[in-house]
Design a protein around this ligand. Sequence first.
Ligand code: ATR
Length: 272
Amino acid sequence: MDRYAVVGNPVAQSKSPSIHEAFARATGQAMTYERILGPLGAFAETARRFAEEGGRGLNVTAPFKRDALAIAARASERAQAAGACNTLAREGDTWYADNTDGAGLVRDLTVNRGVALAGIDVLLLGAGGAARGVLLPLLAQQPRAIVISNRTASKADALVERFGARGPLTAVPPGALGGRRFDVVINATSAGLDPNAVWPWSEGLFANGAFAYDMIYGDAPTRFIRWASGQGVERTADGLGMLVEQAAESFFLWRGVRPPTADAFELLRPTR
Ligand code: ATR
C-alpha cells in the first residue's frame, strides 16, 4: 500500500487523515494516510526518513511549510510564488513541492459556493503567509481588482511589489478604505484566533450581495463571519471547504484521480 502522511507540530488536530481516508474509500485507491508529529527544526530529517520507509507523499502544515519548499528538488510555480509548500510528492529519489491552498480556496468559492471571481472587486485582509499563498490563483481568475489591506501596511505593499505585474493588485491600509465596497471579502488574517485582538477595519466594506469568506474555520461562526453577518452580509463561508478542496488537489497530484469532495465536507461539518 502506498503511504502518505501529514507532518506538523502540533498535528493531532489535523483533519487531513479523515479527509484523505474518505477520498481513498470513494475512489478505491489502495493507500494509507497517517499523522506525523515533526520535531521542530528537523523537517528535512522527518521527510527523509518517511521517504526511506517508502512514503510517497506528504501534506505539510505549520510550522514546516517553508522547510518543505526548501528540501524539494523541483517546485510548482504556485508553490514558489506562495513561498511555501503544503504538498510534497515523491519524484524518483527527490521531492516535488506544490502548494494547493490557493487552488482549494478558488475551487471552494467558484464551484461549491457559485461565486464567479472574474470581473469583480476582491478585498483580501492580511498579508502574511496565508494571503500570499492564495494571491496567484486568485489573480488567475481575472477579477477586476484585488485590494490587499493589512494592519502593517508595508507587508501589503511588499506583496504588491512582488506580484503587481501579474494582475490588478493594489494595497490600501485599513484606515484608507473608506467609501470602497467589495463583492468578495476574504479574511486571511489570524486576528480571529486572538479574542482580545483589535480589528482594524471599519464597517461598510461589503457591496450589496457580497460574499464574506474566512480562510479560518471553527466549530462556531468565526469572528470575521460574525462581523460580516452583523452588517447584513448573508452569503458567508468559513475555510472548511478550502481545507477539503486543497486536500482534493493534493490527492489528485499524488494519485491522478480527482476525488468527490461533498462527502468529506459533510463528514467534517459540525452540526450547528
Ligand atoms: P499566516 O501564515 O496565517 O498568514 P502570519 O504570516 O503570521 O500568519 O500572518 C498573520 C496575518 O494576520 C498578518 O497579515 C497579520 O497582520 P500584521 O502583518 O499586521 O501582523 C494579521 N493579523 C494578526 N493579528 C491581527 C489583528 N489583531 N488585526 C489585524 N490583522 C492581524
